[in-house]
Ligand binder design. Structure first.
Ligand code: GCB
Length: 595
């Protein structure tokens, strides 16, 4: 009995401790269609590189009482930053900053007894602690997914002071960990909204085709609030369709109906206006319907074989040198992908903002969405596994109704030798499948061997992956071991479709000076040759279902310290950061035209 007690105590302690990571509620989906008040715009900030504000309790906003009092901080008189936006690009002294910035915004509100109020963040990189009128209302970890807090009973009539401690310091046990090849843009990088709802509202819903079907819509609706049993409707005005159902004691209703829907595809990205109605709420969405599946060694979109013509994209507006977040930013990236001839964008290496996902869907670009489980992850740390699961839920939760999203990618270049890596990734894959069985699930691996022109793919994590996704940089990090057209392949899982998720090399736009057979001169010609050779290599790959070059635009990465050629940029772009086309661009464009 004593042992049982001890275990119980331990369990409570564990829950209290881990609870800190799970404080934020799963957020309301489809913010766009909610009754919301934007808190975007100017926020006052205090820069706090040594995290001293924690000790000074900045969130209390102490005021002097007596003539002899002094307070050693204030937001007034300090700098102002735009939200949404990374802080690095907004203030010179924050260019390479990784640490704490305190943000403050005052908003007015008149509470209404009939309503509930939620404070919703699109994303804060990397962690956020949120204070309302001096009281901590919660925290969130993870730089690329939404989170929210209900503040119905906390918001005051009149002026309210909201303070957010933003910290983008790298963590050993963070996602990603401490090492990664992109700029660690910190800040309140996506929209902030107050969302007002009725007492009971439609919190969440899933409306997509049932796996494998081109007719059957399957999903569910979830209400939040006390009035749980309600009559519900899903309407598709364009088809004069109205499907009726009812929610049960826990506010949940299954959805299943047949309909003659036009299919979404890259050629015809058809989307329908969908209205979801309860007795107390209405939400409108724009949803497309398609099926995506692997059958044998092929990928089928709407039951027809598809070849993924992809390109890798980081969430950076190359022209502005900022984190991308707006529709305009999205169009800069997606128009370039379209021009290249793509039908898929791999949004590397973390969940991108909703704008780019929605714009891609409208343009007929399929989306590969990924978790930042990247290279040096501390799988042995049990906190990491909890964070992985939380982030997975947040990613799938937000985008489950986006038909454009066809692939959930759960990891990139993790090392099989890392303690507990396989168990952690297998568990994560199973959780992903339980959350969403309709999309393809993959892992990206680069622990293969290439010797004597013989490419061996053996990582056992592929057993759990719908696709074999390989990053290989032959011609750049690894020299060719023979003719590209004569490479031989050996797959441990020979019956799965193969996707080359990264390949490429670096070049400086306009640099045609050096010999084009030597990497060290960073010429366009050298990069162009890599692309020509890679295309020869692709012909040798059995079950090839797609490729995506690394990557669309040159982008900022502090690890790229070659002062002559890189200057702080990863130069593997087909386009420079100014949008200039390198020679390799045309090779890729031609290849996609022929495919
Ligand atoms: C990779 C990584 C990617 C890097 C790229 C590179 O394999 O997945 O994040 O940026 O190589 O340029 O080295």
């Amino acid at each position: 009995e004593k042992i049982v007690l001890k275990i119980e105590k331990l369990a409570v302690l564990i829950i209290l401790f881990f609870g800190n990571y799970l404080q934020a509620q799963t957020s309301i989906i489809n913010v766009e269609s909610r009754n919301s008040l934007s808190l975007n715009g100017d926020w006052q900030v205090i820069l706090d590189p040594t995290n001293i504000g924690e000790w000074k309790q900045v969130w209390l906003e102490k005021k002097t009482q007596k003539k002899t009092d002094f307070v050693e901080y204030s937001f007034d008189g300090g700098p102002v930053l735009k939200v949404p936006g990374d802080f690095n690009s907004q203030l010179r002294e924050l260019t390479y900053f990784e640490g704490v910035v305190w943000y403050k915004k005052v908003f007015n509100y008149n509470p209404n007894n009939e309503k509930r109020l939620f404070l919703h963040f699109g994303a804060v990189n990397y962690s956020a602690a949120v204070y309302l009128n001096g009281e901590k209302i919660g925290s969130h970890e993870g730089g690329f997914t939404p989170f929210e807090f209900e503040i119905t009973n906390k918001v005051k009539n009149g002026a309210n002071s909201l303070i957010v401690k933003v910290d983008n310091k790298r963590l050993e046990n963070g996602l990603p960990g401490t090492g990664y090849d992109w700029l660690n843009y910190g800040g309140i990088t996506r929209d902030v909204n107050l969302i007002e709802t009725n007492k009971t509202f439609i919190e969440d819903y899933s409306v997509q085709f049932k796996k494998g079907s081109l007719k059957k819509v399957s999903g569910w609706i979830q209400l939040n609030g006390t009035n749980k049993k309600q009559k519900l409707k899903i309407k598709i005005p364009e088809l004069n369709k109205s499907y009726k159902t009812e929610s049960n004691d826990i506010g949940y209703a299954n959805v299943e109906f047949d309909s003659n829907l036009k299919l979404w595809s890259p050629e015809n990205p058809k989307l329908y206006k969908i209205i979801i109605e309860s007795e107390t709420d209405t939400v409108t969405d724009t949803i497309g319907f398609r099926s995506i599946e692997v059958q044998g060694n092929k990928v089928l979109l709407n039951k027809k074989e598809i070849f993924f013509k992809g390109v890798n994209i980081h969430e950076e507006n190359p022209y502005k040198g900022t984190r991308a977040y707006s529709k305009q930013d999205a169009l800069v990236l997606l128009n370039a992908a379209k021009e290249l001839g793509c039908n898929l964008v791999r949004l590397a290496h973390y969940p991108h903002n909703e704008n780019i996902i929605k714009e891609a869907e409208k343009m007929g670009l399929m989306v590969w969405s990924e978790l930042p489980i990247y290279q040096h992850i501390q799988f042995s740390d049990s906190l990491v596994q909890i964070k992985m699961e939380t982030m997975l839920k947040e990613m799938v939760h937000r985008d489950k109704n986006r038909c454009g999203v066809v692939i959930w990618s759960l990891s990139n270049e993790t090392y099989p030798g890392t303690s507990n890596r396989n168990n952690a990734l297998i568990a994560l894959t199973q959780k992903c499948r339980a959350l969403d069985s309709t999309r393809l699930i993959t892992h990206v691996v680069n622990t293969q061997s290439y010797k004597d022109n013989f490419f061996k793919v053996w990582d056992t994590i592929y057993e759990y992956s719908d696709l074999i996704c390989i990053n290989e940089y032959i011609g750049w990090y690894d020299p060719w071991q023979g003719k590209p057209s004569e490479v031989k392949w050996d797959f441990a899982y020979p019956d799965k479709p193969v996707f080359i998720s990264e390949f490429g090399g670096e070049a400086v736009y306009g640099n045609n000076a050096g010999p084009s057979d030597e990497a060290a001169y960073w010429t366009e010609g050298y990069q162009e040759q890599i692309y020509k050779d890679q295309i020869e290599l692709f012909k040798t790959i059995p079950n090839l279902c797609g490729i995506s070059p690394w990557l669309l635009f040159d982008y900022k990465s502090l690890g790229r310290m070659n002062q002559v050629y890189q200057k702080g940029y990863n130069r593997k772009g087909l386009l420079s950061e100014k949008g200039e086309k390198k020679k390799a661009w045309y090779i890729m464009e031609q290849y996609y035209k022929r495919k």
